[in-house]
Design a protein around this ligand. Structure first.
Ligand code: FPP
Length: 273
């Protein structure tokens, strides 16, 4: 009997499969069959701040400011729903191409955000980690990051990883550079070794990758780590991304059939009948 190939599942939130997904065990290539249908790790491209502001005849900076407030709400909403890691794309390696005024606005916004929200986030049990190339940011910003990381290092309700001056390709390159600098035997460098040297080595790979703002691309975010992430795209602009949208994304995730390159168990066909 000819084998009928299994159709590929759609990559957007229209999947209708009812079977519960399985999550990856931390640091393991194998799905953890006992894991609940809530993603352990969610990655978000927070897009649409500029358009949100323009719709209100306001400068783009106003949209970014609202974006910070949306982020603080989202961290708690994801944590309440059982998500353990939230990684957000706050500033990409490519964002330096934006007008100087916007870049410096974003830099100062981060400093303001740290002083405005750090105490609250620390009290909410959020652990903050920064991932990305810190060499290009000001000493002041670097010190603010270090302070936030130190102050929250014992929190374990949820880890908020802020990707800042981050790019997925940069991440692969910096891991390779470390291998060369350490003089590692090429035979030692495999997927597991590289994963341990990537910026998000402390977290399991993202189960769910969300992008707001209507574009359907990854924009150089977590290229390595998102190899098996479920993708969810929404038209919602980031400042409007609240509990309703979070629940829609988590519901879509719970309906996905994650196979990690394998196949679903097939019914056994008896040849001798
Ligand atoms: C994309 O929207 C958003 C960004 C490039 C910046 C996102 C940053 C924040 C929400 C602030 C993060 C701050 C901290 C403290 C983590 P866009 O400007 O590309 O919007 P558009 O596509 O509508 O123009």
């Amino acid at each position: 009997m000819p084998t009928v190939p299994m159709p590929e599942l759609p990559l957007v939130e229209t999947a209708t499969h009812a079977s519960a997904p399985v999550a990856m065990a931390a640091g393991s290539a194998l799905p953890d069959a006992d894991a609940p249908a809530v993603p352990r790790h969610v990655a978000v491209v927070m897009d649409g701040n500029g358009r949100w502001a323009r719709q209100r005849y306001m400068p783009r900076f106003f949209g970014h400011k609202q974006g910070v407030d949306a982020l603080v709400r989202a961290v708690n909403a994801f944590a309440d729903r059982g998500v353990r890691y939230l990684t957000v794309f706050a500033f990409s390696s490519e964002n330096w191409k934006r007008p100087t005024e916007e870049v410096s606005g974003l830099m100062s916004l981060v400093l303001v955000a740290v002083s405005k929200y750090l105490t609250k986030l620390a009290g909410d049990g959020v652990r903050i980690r920064i991932v990305g190339d810190r060499s290009a940011v000001s000493d002041k910003l670097r010190r603010a990051w270090e302070h936030a990381e130190l102050l929250t290092q014992h929190n374990d309700r949820i880890t908020l990883a802020v990707a800042f001056n981050y790019g997925g390709r940069w991440d692969v390159v910096q891991a390779c550079r470390r291998a060369l600098a350490e003089g590692v035997d090429p035979e030692t460098v495999d997927e597991e070794w590289l994963s341990r040297h990537m910026a998000l080595s402390f977290a399991p790979d993202p189960d769910l990758f969300i992008r707001t703002g209507g574009e359907m691309r990854m924009s150089n975010f977590l290229l390595w780590q998102a190899a098996y992430s479920e993708l969810f795209f929404t038209e919602c602009l980031w400042p409007d991304f609240g509990e309703v949208e979070i629940d829609a994304a988590l519901t879509a995730f719970a309906q996905r059939d994650r196979r990690f390159g394998g196949i679903r168990p097939q019914p056994v066909v008896r040849e001798d009948r």
